[in-house]
Design a protein around this ligand. Sequence first.
Ligand code: NAD
Length: 290
Amino acid sequence: MKIGFIGLGNMGAPMARNLARAGHEVTGFDTAAPTPEGVTPVNNAADAVAGAEVVITMLPNGEILRAVADQIIDRMQPGAVLCDCSTVDVASARAVAAQAGAAGLGALDAPVSGGIGGADAGTLTFMVGGSGDAFATVQPLFEVMGQKAVHCGESGAGQAAKICNNMILGVTMIATCEAFALADKLGLDRQKMFDVVSTSSGSSWSMNTYCPAPGVGPKSPADNEYKPGFAAELMLKDLRLSQTAAEEADADTPMGQLATALYSTFVEEENGRGKDFSAMLPRLVSRHRS
Ligand code: NAD
């Protein structure tokens, strides 16, 4: 398949490289990042989409996605599909899909879970919003870049799934870190705490797979001085997206609201930027009850 790929950063580069390795003809553009092996570089976004059957974007946020969409939608060939894999707000996803639809294009919002490791290994999970036809067109590419693609519904449904998933992740990570901090003060050994909770009703991905305590559980960023992994500021971005969506939809999300406030303080006032989001554990351990 002929593919245009825009946004070749931490996630986009390995995804584009995997598509090229699988034999697809990939043309790539990024304003700053280098072009990965096997991908043909071009000088601007419009050139990246010329003649492509599928255009994939992997960009920082909704504002940049809207700006790039303005540059490429008129240049895409009729019937092609614009597949955005970035994590953006539901409103931007729907607006770009409507703009693409009006120009005779297919459109999908297809954010991912699995991080840089999953992008590299081709084991991402895609959560996808948009038409069944557009989903069917892009499905073979999801199979190269990931291990699972769930068609969640119409435009915006993929971003809705991503935002809800990451709100759970932010909340469970804080809960897991709080429990370790309390266990420390109660004199409970961290390894014993892991052994119990990871097979009990307090278990979660945050405890079992991404344990925030160094030297406990499988290898995680905690074992690498909390270098990301998944940076605290990216967790904050996703939590803020959840709160914007909750406000627009009039949904009551008190735990999501608290998690947003805590990551906001951590990132913006306490030097948390550039640390993994599991560094909430040393942050809590260093404090007294407020
Ligand atoms: P990144 O900052 O490494 O990559 C984004 C790339 O977009 C950069 O290389 C940047 O130069 C490029 N870019 C910015 N403006 C551009 C433009 N106008 N035209 C072309 N290129 C442009 O970020 P990332 O970690 O690759 O994340 C990308 C998206 O994936 C984000 O929305 C993020 O929330 C989401 N995501 C990231 C992870 C993760 O673990 N890193 C996991 C899941 C989802």
